[in-house]
Design a binder for this molecule. Structure first.
Ligand code: PMP
Length: 392
């Protein structure tokens, strides 16, 4: 048998051991973690909708009509009118012909990639794509070619020398760096090389583009440019689940072939109905996005002035680059002692030597919250210098 205990010990020695904290009460910037109140800068609830009263009310209003459980998979008898309504709503929201509601973004990526590519095909995947895309590629049994992050020249060269069916897959907003994929160039390359483009806009939906329609809509790219659009609902949308949107033919194909859609219990329909309420709010209220944007800009100015190294990101994902695992952990701990929750992200989630604090912003943060973070970062700044001096 494998020595699991030794493997865990090795992780601890390398500063890579992960722990969970227990949150009580609603998910919002001021939360209670293991009984201690903290101000959080690490959730993906970018618009502050996870505990919004309208959405909580929508679940409660739906429940007497729908019950709770999904009861069966979609193709048996689980596909409820609530799911059907949400799919129509998502198609309209994304400007696509049709949409499918998946239980999680992880499952959407696994199911879509493995349904649309198979043995003998080639999948081209950005080197910084999310784990669920990587796993979808493996599950597909297609040949996988990883291209350097957002490097369109390298991708063009790879596409040019590859025959057969080709699928290109990318995050819209990269989850650990916060930068946006060169979507227009990707769409052009895919057109030229007859490749199918899949964009996972998990971190763009709700945040970017007109009325929060995402990074693809921000560039005005249509279904022709980006035929397969994936988005999650557990981040800015504030509920749970995910969607794939695109041509009706492809959605029909996925219903037949996407194993993570077919062989799992449908999500509670009340969640689908609450998601419709959330999409209404996202479309209606631009003020959340503009407040979020001003927090991001203010943070970038001040954190840079403090001498922190940031990434070229204009999204709510604002990593502070640290480098080694122990310094990232120490900085995160020092912030926690000052009442702030900012998690350290280490390999394998990010490349070796690129440990960081993944700061994320939410429209639910106030300017005073941001000032608290900046004051704490100013106080902690010498730690980074001392740690890097020690490392030399
Ligand atoms: N895609 C990306 C880019 C992600 O960052 C994540 C989650 N962190 C997912 C997919 C998975 O989505 P979900 O949490 O809904 O499973």
């Amino acid at each position: 048998m494998r020595d699991f205990a030794a493997e865990l010990e090795n992780r601890k020695q390398a500063g890579l051991y992960r722990t969970r904290r227990v949150i009580s009460g609603p998910q919002q910037p001021e939360l209670v973690s293991d009984g201690v109140p903290l101000l959080s800068f690490c959730s993906n609830d970018y618009l502050g909708l996870a505990s919004h009263p309208d959405i909580v009310r929508a679940v409660n209003d739906a429940m007497p009509h729908t019950g709770l459980g999904g009861a069966a998979s979609h193709l048996i008898c689980g596909h409820h009118d609530g799911h059907h309504q949400l799919e129509a709503r998502l198609a309209a929201f994304t400007g696509r012909s049709a949409a499918l509601f998946f239980s999680t973004g992880y499952m959407a990526n696994m199911g879509v990639i493995s349904a649309l590519a198979g043995r003998g095909d080639t999948v081209f995947s950005d080197r910084l794509n999310h784990a669920s895309i990587i796993d979808g590629c493996i599950l597909s049994r297609a040949r996988v070619r990883r291209y350097p992050h957002s490097d369109m020249g390298a991708l063009a060269d790879m596409l040019a020398v590859t025959g057969g069916h080709k699928l290109v897959v990318t995050d819209g907003v990269f989850s650990m760096d916060g930068d946006i994929a060169p979507l227009k160039e990707l769409a052009d390359l895919c057109r030229v090389h007859d490749a199918l483009l899949v964009v996972d806009d998990a971190h763009g939906v709700g945040v970017l583009g007109p009325q929060g329609r995402g990074s693809v809509a921000e560039l005005g790219l249509s279904e022709k440019d980006v035929p397969v659009l994936i988005g999650t609902l557990g981040k800015a949308v504030g509920t749970s689940g995910a969607f794939v949107a695109g041509p009706a033919l492809l959605m029909d194909y996925l219903v037949q072939k996407a194993r993570t859609y077919i062989y799992t219990t449908a999500m509670p329909p009340a969640i689908a109905l609450a998601t419709c309420a959330s999409l209404d709010l996202i479309e209606r209220e631009n003020s959340r996005r503009s407040h979020l944007q001003s927090l991001i800009e203010h943070f970038r100015r001040e954190a840079t002035a403090l001498g922190y190294e940031l990434m070229p990101s204009r999204t709510p994902i604002q990593p502070i680059m640290v480098g080694d695992n122990w310094t990232a952990l120490a900085l995160s701990k020092a912030l926690e002692q000052k009442g702030l929750l900012v998690t350290a992200i280490r390999p394998p989630t990010v490349p070796e030597g690129e440990a960081r604090l993944r700061v994320t912003f939410s429209a639910a943060h106030s300017t005073a919250d941001l000032e608290k973070l900046l004051t704490a970062l100013a106080e902690c700044r010498p730690m980074l210098k001392r740690a890097s001096a020690e490392a030399v």
